[in-house]
Design a protein around this ligand. Structure first.
Ligand code: ASP
Length: 289
């Protein structure tokens, strides 16, 4: 049995058209289904899906990211392998095309979980990861017109993917440009294991929304701990989004368990997302529940 679910951010707003994203998310799911059918690991598939989403320039992550208040592009990403709970992350990374590939390199080639800022960029350079070069030519500013959040006025977007492979392994990966208007050095939930990303032997989770709230409730980890204490996946996932709503935050998350169940609750207007069920059915949604 294999299954996956991905998201392109919970900042979707009703007046915007998401036809291009809907087509693209389906393409990503189809490409990842082929990888899973060929026996690829959950971790590889999660990273490749997020790398495709980053490279498309359609979402507020990777190529679609927007600059912070100092006009710098500081990107965050993380991944987690549920089979051994190894994790890798980068925070406030500047100058490299794929934050998620950089996070993977941190996991595979360092004794650390997270590298931030200049150290992350130096590492990416040493590892031969692909540099952006001309920023003006690279970034697409995909998030213009995404949700705006009173009272902070911050809008946001992220991409993520949770995967169950044929060997029963789970993995999650998440990548973001963060929130618009963020302060230099601001790091959200995305690169923080248990906040924006989680995978263990039971469940994989990737979040999207106002990251400060996801950090405050340990959103992704909390889904896993709720499932571990006996809650059904959809109940656990909804419970965490409700808690974020009670604190005044918004967003959504995707979650997948070892039985192939998927959950994708959100309390924002919409969340771009697509999935492949254990029965082999593909679904794509933005505003529908
Ligand atoms: N969670 C991300 C952050 O706060 C933004 C998003 O998901 O839209 O950086």
């Amino acid at each position: 049995m294999t299954a996956l679910i991905l998201h392109g951010g919970a900042g979707a707003r009703r007046e915007r058209n998401y036809d291009a994203e809907v087509v693209h998310m389906r393409e990503v799911v189809e490409a990842m289904r082929a990888r899973l059918d060929a026996g690829d690991s959950a971790l590889n598939v999660a990273v490749e899906a997020v790398a495709m989403l980053e490279a498309s320039g359609l979402y507020v992550a990777g190529r679609g990211a927007s600059p912070n208040l100092a006009q710098a592009y500081e990107l965050d990403a993380s991944l987690m392998d549920g089979s051994d709970q190894r994790a890798g992350a980068v925070a406030a990374l500047q100058g490299f095309k794929s934050p998620i590939r950089t996070a993977r390199a941190v996991m595979d080639r360092t004794p650390h979980v997270m590298l931030a800022g200049e150290g992350a960029a130096l590492f990416a350079h040493d590892q031969g990861l692909e540099p952006i070069g001309d920023e003006a030519a690279w970034f697409t500013h995909a998030g213009q017109g995404e949700d705006n959040h009173p009272p902070t006025g911050l809008s946001h977007g992220t991409v993520g993917c949770c995967v169950l492979d044929a060997q029963g392994r789970l993995a999650a990966a998440t990548s973001t440009g963060g929130v618009f208007g963020k302060m230099p050095g601001r790091v959200g939930d995305t690169p923080i294991p248990a906040a924006g990303t989680w995978a263990d032997g039971r469940v994989a989770v990737s979040g999207t929304g106002q990251g400060e709230y996801f950090i405050r409730v340990a959103a992704a980890g909390q889904v896993a701990w709720r499932v571990g204490s006996g809650q059904a996946l959809h109940e656990a996932a909804q419970g965490v989004i409700d808690q974020i709503g009670d604190l005044g935050g918004d967003g959504g998350l995707i979650a997948l368990d070892r039985d192939g169940n998927i959950a994708h609750p959100f309390n924002s207007q919409g969340m771009k997302r697509a999935w492949l069920t254990a029965a082999g059915e593909i679904g794509v949604e933005v505003f529908g529940r």
